[in-house]
Design a protein around this ligand. Structure first.
Ligand SMILES: Nc1ncnc2c1ncn2[C@@H]1O[C@H](COP(=O)(O)OP(=O)(O)O)[C@@H](O)[C@H]1O
Ligand SMILES: [Mg+2]
Length: 637
């Protein structure tokens, strides 16, 4: 999977579609068959329909022989010819045609339904599985690549199931049927047909060899052009800011000229190829007709046979072409299926945690007990070896014990980090961009797992806590806020789905978002579109904070959450948050040192190492990096 990312495919544009070879076609097909489990009856009926339709098609040409030999020839030049024979043959033909048509209808109907259902099933499976993948997967796979699972691969697969496979079967049956009927009609003429077919195939091979490279080039450049357009649409603002419109147009012109050239070459060759094959077919026809006519004159063949034979000779190569075409669709689809299965085989986020988060209340003895009610008090439920459970109140005590971590092996991002945050403390991280601040928070909620050392939460290793519950007990305001399509209210409620409207508004007030929301055209019912394009960066951050506030968590992580908010508003938010977070643990990452001043402990991070720690006053007294930052002697980059 990972190596796909390295394929040059600018801007995630559509992949050039030549014939792709699946790595393990048989294995993939076997796995695909598992999806047919509920459709055996459908498939058997469809196969019968395919066979009936193909044979009806083959049979219909055969009737030319009895029509000419038995219903026309005997009556040539006769007065009052007896037309009953002709009528009965024609009626039989009508029935056969009708049977063929009905069979094709049912086949395409049944297989179409089946393919759509299987497509739905796979799409749901892929989407569900994607939700379970660790973030690491998303780091190493581009959005375009993942999207193409849905847009290309699943679509091609459906096409294969509903069209290519039945057509392949039909072509094979038709070919075999036509072939043997022709031998039956005249094996001598058939030998000539076979020689002509081989000759045609040989010439076609030469032509295709040359044209294929142009087609592949055309597809590749089409991909480049599309990718370029997509990139230019995405980056329109930047292009305008830097006055790069001219360059963009020139680059596009170059690409376009390339495309035109290769498209023209491909078209010209294509234009030669089709008339050529058409003409060869006519030539073939004429040769057979001539030889056949000679045989009729000799008396070694009757007129009906040659009539029928000629009819077949025109259609014998068609199923062959179809077979090659369907085979390439099937190979493409299998390659796509392989990618889908590879995604489905990606290991899920591991969750071996058994400690869960529960609501608690306190009994008369003052001991915590699990309860179904929403008591605003939480506890960890630990299953002990002796089968009993132990409830420990949730406090929000987070400790790092010699933690070392790297996203990619060999490039450590955090080195030997040890720190503790006692319940109710506010811990701040400051340091240059890329120092590892966000990474620390990513480890607390197990977006990633540490390689060395351990992180404990209220004494439990975070690996022993059920992931959902761990994340439930933490609220994060991420550095890059993401809003979903929906109303402002929906977006706040995303923090806790059972929050009432009043609770959401209350949270918005705490986050100081209420004021601007009230001034939106439809207040809390204003629709947010395209990740909040209709809001300012600061307003989006306010909403993200409100979302965290409504979750009402014991531990809150704010990652540069107020970087785009003016200092006065930030101060107000801070007051609101302080009252909300009273007695709870807060991790803040902030650029503005004024924001972190009142923290219990400030960690100064540099290249993944804590170089200084302490509260504001002691750090100032140390006259180290923090002092330099604070007095403006050292600027944060
Ligand atoms: N998902 C990731 N994959 C690989 N490297 C990453 C990833 N996220 C961050 N990094 C790298 O880790 C280092 C620390 O990043 P980060 O914790 O985001 O810094 P900060 O938040 O202090 O600006 C940087 O060098 C960054 O390039
Ligand atoms: Mg960061």
């Amino acid at each position: 999977m990972a190596e796909r990312k390295n394929q040059p495919r600018p801007g995630g544009g559509p992949r050039g579609r030549g014939v792709e070879k699946p790595k393990d076609a048989v294995g993939t097909f076997k796995r695909l068959i598992l999806y047919f489990k509920d459709y055996y009856v459908t498939i058997i009926i469809s196969l019968i329909c395919v066979a009936v339709a193909s044979l009806a098609n083959v049979a219909s040409n055969y009737f030319l022989k009895p029509i000419i030999n038995e219903a026309i020839m005997p009556f040539i030049g006769k007065q009052n010819p007896d037309l009953t024979k002709l009528a009965s043959i024609l009626i039989t033909m009508v029935f056969i045609y009708a049977a063929g048509t009905i069979a094709s209808y049912f086949q395409s109907r049944l297989l179409g339904d089946m393919a759509a259902n299987i497509q739905e099933k796979i799409r749901v499976q892929v989407f569900d599985h994607m939700q379970t993948l660790p973030l690491k997967y998303y780091d190493t796979h581009s959005i375009g690549d993942m999207m193409s699972r849905y847009t290309n691969d699943i679509g091609t697969l459906r096409q294969m199931l509903s069209q290519a496979l039945p057509q392949l079967l039909s072509s094979v049956i038709t070919f075999v049927g036509v072939f043997f009927t022709m031998i039956m009609l005249s094996w001598k003429l058939m030998i000539i047909v076979i020689i002509l077919l081989i000759f045609t195939a040989f010439i076609l091979r030469i032509i295709t060899k040359h044209s294929v490279s142009f087609f592949i080039k055309q597809q590749r450049i089409t991909g480049d052009v599309n990718g370029y357009i997509q990139e230019m649409i995405d980056g329109q603002k930047v292009i305008k800011v830097f006055n790069h419109e001219k360059t963009a147009i020139n680059d596009f012109d170059d690409l376009n000229a390339d495309l035109t050239h290769s498209a023209a070459s491909a078209q010209i060759l294509g234009g030669v190829m089709w008339p050529f094959t058409g003409n060869i077919a006519y030539l073939q026809y004429a040769i057979i007709a001539m030889i056949g006519a000679g045989m009729v004159i000799d008396g070694t063949m009757d007129v009906g046979t040659i009539g029928s034979f000629l009819q077949y000779s025109r259609s014998v190569s068609q199923p062959l072409n179809m077979i090659t075409m369907q085979a390439s669709t099937i190979l493409n689809a299998l390659a796509g299926a392989e990618r889908i299965f590879a995604l489905l085989d990606e290991p899920e986020e591991i969750d071996e945690g058994t400690v869960t988060l529960v609501n608690v209340c306190y009994n008369e003895k003052g001991e915590p007990e699990e309860t179904e009610e929403r008591t605003e008090m939480w506890g960890w439920k630990e299953h002990l070896d002796d089968g009993t459970v132990k409830i420990i109140p949730l406090k929000g005590d987070v400790r790092f014990d010699h933690v070392t971590f790297s996203y990619e092996e060999g490039h450590p991002v955090l080195n030997d980090i040890s720190l503790y945050a006692k319940p109710g403390q506010k811990i701040a991280f400051v340091g240059s961009t890329g120092a590892g601040k966000t990474t620390i928070t990513n480890l607390i909620n197990r977006f990633y797992d540490v390689q060395e050392g351990k992180i404990t939460y209220d004494g439990f290793d975070v690996k022993d806590i059920k992931k959902d519950d761990l994340r439930h007990s933490l609220s994060m305001v991420l550095q890059d806020t993401h809003l979903f399509t929906g109303t402002v209210m929906d977006n706040i409620r995303y923090g806790r789905l059972d929050a009432t409207d009043d609770e959401c508004i209350e949270a918005a007030k705490l986050a100081n978002a209420h004021f601007f929301i009230s001034h939106l055209p439809e207040g809390y019912q204003t629709m947010i579109t395209g990740d909040g394009d209709n809001l300012s960066q600061g307003q989006r951050q306010l909403l993200a904070i409100a979302r965290a506030a409504v979750a009402d968590p014991p531990v809150l992580i704010l990652d540069e959450a107020t970087s785009s908010i003016d200092t006065r508003t930030e101060r107000l938010i801070e007051l609101g948050m302080d009252s909300l977070m009273h007695g709870r643990t807060v991790f803040v990452i902030a650029h503005r040192l004024s924001t972190v001043r009142n923290s219990n402990a400030i960690m100064v991070l540099e290249h993944g190492t804590i170089i200084e720690r302490g509260d504001h006053d002691s750090l100032l007294a140390d006259k180290g990096r923090y002092y330099q930052l604070y007095t403006g002697m050292f600027e944060l980059s």
